[in-house]
Write a protein that binds this ligand. Sequence first.
Ligand code: PXP
Length: 244
Amino acid sequence: MIRLFVNVDHVATIREARRTIEPSPLKAALLAEKAGAQGITIHLREDRRHIQDNDVRIIRKGISTPLNLEMAPTQEMVNLALEIQPYQVSLVPEKRQEITTEGGLDVCSQEKRLSEIGEKINGRGILFSLFIDPDAKQVDASKRIKADSIEINTGKYTELESAEEIEAELERIRKSAKRADEKGLKVFAGHGLNYENVKAIAAIPEIEELNIGHFIVGQAVYGGMENAVTEMIRSIKMGRGQQS
Ligand code: PXP
């Protein structure tokens, strides 16, 4: 079964719109767990626009499933991760002005720096993952620097409109997933996924974990967190060919 990690960043986005205490990302994470999420993901951005340092500590202590901490490969973030000790650290590129993560990490151009970070993370027993575009060069570089896993960026796939372009991008994702799996890397995916477009991604057999946030939090506004997570799990199972 493919695991769903629910990203609760945007619960914090709503809270930070008023700089108050509600809604609580921890409470949302607990509801996601209750509905069957196998893990929780949060992205501590350098500008702290949604998740705050204290959220990371509170969520780490409060949830009973694994915590996946997404962060930029900076010294400040590494220090924080080593202190808080999540189950997994996922390195993502970050640009100050972007609305959301715009692309995968360029592992090839910074192998030395990223492998040093990986050693520190692994040294504390924390899994080390890299968010990359579906590109053979990035997969190979991720293996060279001894990552435990890659998370394939599905952002481009979710934004394309023509059927041909979508299929071409899906093929790149499938090939990258297969290549990574053959090299012994665990394969995850995420970005921009919803109830429909998740199905073709869930059908890729090498993918074992999905990180989904914005769409689930959006749907939770209409029907509650538990319903949104339940519905997403149903879509994932359909895509995987495990009708429930
Ligand atoms: N994976 C990574 C590395 C991300 O940065 C994000 C967005 O924070 C996600 C997955 C989840 O994307 P979305 O919020 O579009 O579901």
